[in-house]
Design a protein around this ligand. Structure first.
Ligand SMILES: [Zn+2]
Ligand SMILES: [Zn+2]
Length: 346
């Protein structure tokens, strides 16, 4: 079969590899019907994630059809249409028992396309298939569900729920890429007074408006802190969500939040950021961090199936899997192509 294989920083190829087989009796092998590329894959290709080694098939998001299951798999069977989520869960370790699947100690967590071969392939082996796949409801498209493999629950759990967004809040989202847009969409479910999007790219601010942002700010021209203060009686945001992953945007979030508010970090950081405790120590601010756990995926699946949220809006470009290299080019040049999420199908 063909797969997108990492060969060290800057090096990748869509090439022939052996098909996956059942290695453990809790595994399933899934035929990949639709797959996407994540910003995290671009970090890997830059060499930012040294645990990913030469020869690894990338990808941690897919929708597919179960082909084969191990002898102890009970919940899924060949022919089932399933979501393969970015987080694998053993289901029985200390963290899985408190729904912190991202921190799984039993061999799960973020392993696909990281520590084991991933989903950017014609077939993928999914460990702990009973607790790591989700059955797809009737009438929901592959594209819609695919957005729940990562960006849907990541924005909702790490941004909206960690940020404790509540009705009437002013929510500021710094970074209007796919995760930031997912945060905006999820925050709207809680009837905030307003959602403010901050980004340096006007095209992303335009997308933020389409996803429900009420106010957009380009900090290259405007002072985000001043504008948010003017909207909130001088106090600042109830919730500030960091969705970029650079020091400046984290530091900006801590300047944007009101006393007693929450800063929720969703960005993937590659270096240190300054924590201005000389300003923050007196402000009763809560700062949260987190990797997605995907405990919200069943809830989000119901919202998709009942058309309360429209995740298909994330999909800007479509390719055949044989055009994987071109899909990476388009996705990694998002500033020029306006790509949010690309979908590849068989
Ligand atoms: Zn991802
Ligand atoms: Zn576990």
């Amino acid at each position: 079969m063909k797969a997108l294989v990492y060969h060290g920083p800057g090096q990748k190829a869509w090439e022939e590899v052996p098909e996956p087989t059942i290695l453990h009796d809790t595994d399933a092998v899934v035929r990949v019907d639709a797959v996407t590329i994540c910003g995290t894959d671009l970090h890997i290709l830059k060499g930012d994630v040294p645990a990913v080694t030469d020869g690894r098939t990338l990808g941690h998001e897919a929708v597919g059809t179960v082909i084969e299951v191990g002898t102890s798999v009970r919940n899924v069977k060949p022919g089932d249409r399933v979501l393969v989520s970015c987080i694998t869960s053993c289901g029985s370790c200390r963290f899985c028992r408190e729904a912190r699947y991202g921190q799984c100690l039993g061999g799960g967590g973020w392993i696909l396309g990281h520590l084991i071969d991933g989903t950017q392939a014609e077939f993928v082996r999914v460990p702990f298939a009973d607790t790591s796949t989700f059955a797809i409801p009737e009438g929901v498209s592959d594209e819609e569900v695919l957005m729940l493999a990562d960006i849907g629950p990541t924005g909702y759990e790490v941004g909206v729920l960690n940020g404790r967004v509540a009705p009437g809040d002013t929510v500021v989202v710094v970074g209007a890429g796919p995760i930031g847009l997912s945060v905006i969409m999820g925050a709207k479910l809680f009837s905030p007074a307003r959602v403010v999007a901050v980004d340096l790219a006007d095209s992303r601010l335009e997308a933020a408006k389409q996803f429900g942002a009420d106010v957009v700010i380009n900090p290259s021209r405007e002072d985000a802190v001043e504008i948010v203060k003017s909207l909130t009686g001088g106090l600042g945001a109830d919730v500030a969500v960091e969705a970029v992953g650079v020091p400046e945007s984290f530091e900006q979030c801590t300047a944007l939040v009101r006393p007693g508010g929450t800063v929720a970090n969703a960005g993937v950081h590659g270096g240190p950021a300054v924590l201005h405790l000389e300003d923050l120590w007196i402000k009763d601010v809560t700062i949260t961090t987190g990797l997605v756990d995907t405990y919200s995926t069943p809830t989000l699946l119901k919202l998709v199936a009942s058309h309360q949220i429209d995740l298909a809006r994330f999909v800007t470009h479509r390719f055949a899997m044989d055009d994987f290299m071109e899909a990476y080019d388009v996705f990694s040049a998002a500033a020029d192509t306006n790509a949010l999420k690309v979908v590849l199908t068989r």
